[in-house]
Each structure stands twice: as C-alpha cells, then as structure tokens.
Design a protein around this ligand. Sequence first.
Ligand code: SAM
Ligand code: SF4
Length: 493
Amino acid sequence: VTRALAGAAPDDERRLPPEVVFAAGLRNHHVSNTAYPIAHQTTWKPYRVARERQEDVIADSWRGVSDLCLYAHVPFCEVRCAFCEYTVVGRDESARDREYMRLLLRELELYRDALDLTGATVQGFDIGGGTPGFVDADLVAELVETVRAGWRIAPDVELSIETTPRLAALQPAKLAAYRRCGIERLSMGVQVVDPDLLRALRRTGSSASLNARAVDSARAAGFRSLNLDLMYGFAGQGLESWRATLEHALALEPDHVTLYRMRYKLTRISHQAPSVRLDDVREQAHLAKAILADRGYEATTGKTTWTRAHGTTGTSSYLTRRVRDGMPYLGFGLGAQSFSPTTIAYNDGAAGKNLAPYERSLVERRLPVQDLYDLPLPHVMGKMAAVSFYFGEIDGGAFERRFGLGLADAFPHEVRFVLDRGLMAWAGESLRLTPTGADASNGVIALFFAPSIQRYLVERDPDRAGDMTRARRAALAVAGEREQPVALEAAHA
Ligand SMILES: C[S@@+](CC[C@H](N)C(=O)[O-])C[C@H]1O[C@@H](n2cnc3c(N)ncnc32)[C@H](O)[C@@H]1O
Ligand code: SF4
C-alpha cells in the first residue's frame, strides 16, 4: 500500500472509509461511473505537466511498451444530438473533413517518430467519433492502410468502426468499402425509438425503418459483427418506451447490443439529471437484462455489452484490451485521449471542441496535446478499475501484471467491504459484481477511485441546484468560448 501511494499529492495519500465512499458514490450516481476522473481541474491539478516538458514525459512513459491499442477519432456528425458527451465539432467545421483526415495521418506519423515503439504490437484499433461514417470511405481506407504500413498489428485484431443507422442506410457503398479494407466490426447508435423522445433529444433523421435498412446494408456488405447502442436513463423515458426500444433493436438481430446509461455531466441536457432517479434506472437495467437473456444474448453481471456470439466478449479488440486487460492506448484526433502506463494525455480540442488548436499543432509538427497528467499509482489504478466496470468486473490477473500488486493488496479494505456486503465475488482471478453490486455499481466503483476523487464525491452535494451548470460555465471560461457547450470533463474522462 505504501508503494501504491508513492508520488501522490497529500490529497491522494489516504483513502476514506469504504462505507463513506460507497454511500457517496450512490448519492452521486450521475457522476460516479466509468468516466474517470471526476473534477480533474482540482483533483488532477498536482499532476499536470508543463507544456515544455510534455514531449519528454510522453516519450519516457511509452518506453518499453510491448502491446498497445490505437484509437482514431473523427469528430464530424450529421446532427448534434442533445445528449452527446463526445468531442464533436459544429456543422461549419464539418466541411473540413478531408483536411482533418490528413492531419490525423500526420499525427500518426509524429507519434511513430516520437515514441520508441519498435517491436510493439497493436492489439486493437477502433475508428470512432463522432461519426466516422460521415467522411468518405477512401479517407477511412487510407487511414487503415497507414496504420497497417506503420505498425505491427496482431493477426486476431478485429478492426472496428462507428457510424449512424441513417448513414449506413443511405450510403451502403461505404459499408462495402469498409469491409474491403478489412474492417470487420460495425457499431451504430439506435439509442431510442420513441419519436417524441428522439425529437426531444434532437436526434433528427432517425427512425425505425432507417434502423432496419441500416442493418440490412451492414449484412449485405458482409458484416458479421454488428453492434447496436441503446440508451436508457433519460428523463421521461418510461419503462414501456424502453421496452419498445429493446424489442425493436432485438428484432433486427444484431450480434451485440451495448447498453448506455445516460451520463448527463456537461451535456446540453445536464439540467435534467436531477429528475432521473436511481430506482427508475435500475428498473430499466433489470428489464434489459431479462429481455436480452431471454433472447439468447449473454453478458456477465454488470457488463454493458451483450452478445450472442458465444465465447466472445462482444466488444471490439480495442475495447476488450483496454477495459479488461488495462492495456495502454494511443488516441489520435481531436480531443482524443491516450493512456500510457503512467500518463493520461488529452488532445487539443478536448476543451474547446474546435479544430483550430489541433490543426495549429500539427501544422507546426508538434504532438497535439492539450493536457498531460503524470499520474501516481492511485490514479492509474483508479482509471484502470473504473474503466473495468464496463465489463462489471476487475480482472485481478491483468491488474497484477500491470501493477505488480494484487487487487486485494492494493485495496485491502475495499475488497473486504465488497465481499462482506455481497457486492462483488471472486470468479477465478476476477472480482465481479453480483446482482446486488450491479444495482449499486455507482457506489462500488467509487471504492476504487483515488482518494482525492473519493473526497470530492463525499463533499459533493448532488442536490445543489445548478451544480452541473456551474461546472459547465467554469469549463466554458477555461476554453474561452461562448457558443459551444464544452464537455471538458467528459472529454477528460
Ligand atoms: C461516439 S457515439 C457514436 C455513435 C454514432 N455517432 C451514433 O450516434 O450512432 C457512441 C455511443 O455513445 C453513447 N453516448 C453518447 N452520449 C452519451 C452520454 N451522454 N451518456 C452515455 N452514452 C452516450 C451513444 O449510445 C452512442 O451511440
Ligand atoms: S450521438 Fe453520435 S451522431 Fe449524435 S452527436 Fe454524438 S457522435 Fe454525433
């Protein structure tokens, strides 16, 4: 434990009692989730690296890495959905997609030169967004070819890309082109089907018939690994509306279904969060579990992706490696995040969500990093553990390989607490949520956060009116912007 806390700022030296943290996580169930860290402006302040030292610290932190994942971010979309937490640019910038994809290639090249990763193997590669399906297929193919030419990719990697059902339905030729360049997994967001809710969420141009056409196009193009994203936890989304979404999606017979509970933090509809109660969200999760299991989909308790491709995780190689194995990843593109063994970097655009700073860095041939944090172990462990909860479990073997310390040694009180309360149980080397734990996952996850984040949660009053609005205004001030909502924290998570 002493070793685990080495290099930490005073606020990160002592964990709070598990029962206090657990209760705080549950109270703050809208923010205590896999999006780690929380309130980085204060909690990560001691670890921020000055700009002039960034390149050296990055180069040091990647030295000796033998396996990694790559992620390329494409920030363009046809519409800007009101619920979206991702780094997406406005319509006026969307016309610059070709130019942007060129910059992405330059960034890949800069990293190849800056990092000594000779001999390292890429174990996962996702193209996400935003909506990569927005840009022409030749640009995507060029990106894939550049990665293949410059990096050694493990033979079993399933390349994955995201699009929207609307684009997949209306531009089937793009899907065929993805298959031709070796992309095997396709993911699209159905989200919800209720037309009134879709309108309220400003997800225009979406419909049940387009979803069906999209799936037909994907199958015709030869995709055998097709994922649909569904969302719950919206204000005013009743159980029957959620049931209709699940039934609609399952009638399309996707290979995998990923369930996203709405995270409100710093989105355009953050003010709606207080009206969404944890009990209602739990009921929605139970309904999804019952329906998916009944239709032959499987997922371990608490896992967000369900699959009927038995024996697989249902997630892309990138996500599986990143989530289950805690593998380091390099993110390219606007606002993208990279996680080395000791650092987290956020690219230009994470705060301002505009292309200019990203573009400037690359034109000047600098790594386009906006913020870099050199983290002590409690935060690296907190990050790995938090992300693990996408799978509902922490893989103790992967944890020990990464940190040289067993889970029960790093978190002695916390592990005892979850076992005693029946919140988690050992399944082989993994510490896995039980059904009771899955219902209380916002409390459980907080137990593994670093002390400064735990303290923040304990002190945070979830009922304080305008709390999120204030955080959002602060983020806007930092970005020096007025118009676009700035998901500084979401981008940082
Ligand atoms: C990067 S988005 C890309 C998907 C694609 N652009 C689309 O909309 O179909 C991946 C998924 O994240 C989920 N998502 C977006 N905003 C979210 C939020 N605020 N909270 C939870 N999940 C969210 C949605 O289900 C979405 O499909
Ligand atoms: S949900 Fe998808 S389409 Fe909507 S804004 Fe986010 S990334 Fe774009």
